[in-house]
Design a protein around this ligand. Sequence first.
Ligand code: GLY
Length: 559
Amino acid sequence: MHFRKLLALLAILLFSVSINAQVYHQNGMVVSDNQIASEVGAEILEQGGNAMDATVATALALAVVHPQAGNIGGGGFIVYLDAEGFSTTFDFREKAPLAATEDMFMDKNGEYIPMINHNGLLAVGVPGTVAGLWKAHQKAGRMPWADLVQPAVELAENGFPLSFALAQHAERYYNSNEDEFMRMFYTDEDGNLLGFGDIWKQPELAETLKRIRDNGHDGFYKGETARLLAKHMAENGGIITEEDLAKYEAIERTPVKGTYKDYDIISMPPPSSGGASLIQMMNMMEQVNWDEIEFNSTEYVHIVAESMRRAYADRAEHMGDPDFNPDMPIDRLISKEHAQNRFSNIDWEKASPSDSSKFGQLYDGKNTTHFSVIDKEGNAVSLTYTLEWSYGARTGSPELGFILNNEMGDFNPVPGLTNSRGRIGSDPNLIRPEKRMLSSMTPTIIAKDGKPYLIIGTPGGRTIINTTFQTVLNVLEFEMPLDKAIEAMKIHHQWLPDRILYEGDLLSPDTRKALKAMGHNLESRYRLGRMMGIIWDQENGVFIGASDSSSPDGGVAGY
Ligand code: GLY
């Protein structure tokens, strides 16, 4: 990485207007939530790295420049499809610590202690990101590992100019009652708050990244970093130990696969619910006669919402960590027959009830990040990773400089308690030591004739599956250009609570009125999803990238 070149580029980016239209490149492309990170990945591609090399470099750069979700203190998933049609996935979801218990978020009377599973060090799962990137690189990378970590080291050590969006976060945390680590996160060496355009350096994070650069997986899970993290936990009421870190391994898993008409869907299996639910909904969409239904009409919203309701009920009932739930009926859930059964009981005139004695989930992860990569040979990577909420547990060790996740909040906190507000108590996702919490992240690759066609994903907690689903449908069925597919109106229904979230400015009042008359509850949101996508237009030999306009710092880079 040529640091001067990068700084010159940053100056241009910082004061330029963000353009969210489609971007075209011929030799390789990265689309992420942060233009600087996309440029880091694209430069690796230009140096001869492949898609997995660019993925490692982009993910670690995001941990520096997009700290609200980019991370080394969290976890996520990679879906990979190479130009020869070989596909695989890497699961680096966080795990419950060895000392975790099923009732750790309940008081002596068996009552849930509000928000305890989302706040502070007890909410932190054993981080998986470094293990996942290491494992994926060992399998499919080409360039030396150290060269891929180095750009992140330089960004942390030499700093980069704060964007307007990050400067707003900086001010909010500095003036808040958050813990000391977060209040001082966006300050200079004298403790002064940084503003828009100021150079932000992260010396402690740079040292942590150097240990990862020099020692790979063990540079995080053993030695100085593991020791300091375990010490921080022990001194501040956390339960993650050096043993938890030493035992953590990422897992290569067989992708979950389906079809939509002539396309293949390749996505993430459990412990993400994303891939199976996506395939289940696409199977239901195959039953629709689209000649008779217009995009965004009342019928469209009704049928899409009813499909979501059914898929999310199945998700809540059946899904969890496969290593703890060996009998999960994933094959049945993604079968065409199951979709036919589920689809056949949709009433075209009125909304179905969501039964509160059954299943659904309440909390949405507030921040996650997705990026898509393709190299000149046509190898593709779809990566989504997360700290759960924006800035995760909103704490970390000052000596290590990175933010810790609050992913324990993705477990079902109270065994047996399922209610209409969406609290879930089903068995597959109860807390157990070393178990991975259920996720909704849906990094996905759609293939045409065995080659990557659409590489797509998004943040958004429980909404992730649905916004990915609708974007895929927009491209495959409605043949929208990628940027239009990303920007088009999205809805979200998750079984419980029983309501459709919709993008307020994009669904007409008449349609809303008609949906209410059918028995749907409606609730407006400003935006759903923050998609980062690439289409490989093989006919014209071009990669088409688009980043969602709701991502203030997002962007496409390539060559
Ligand atoms: N933390 C959000 C998810 O994994 O779904």
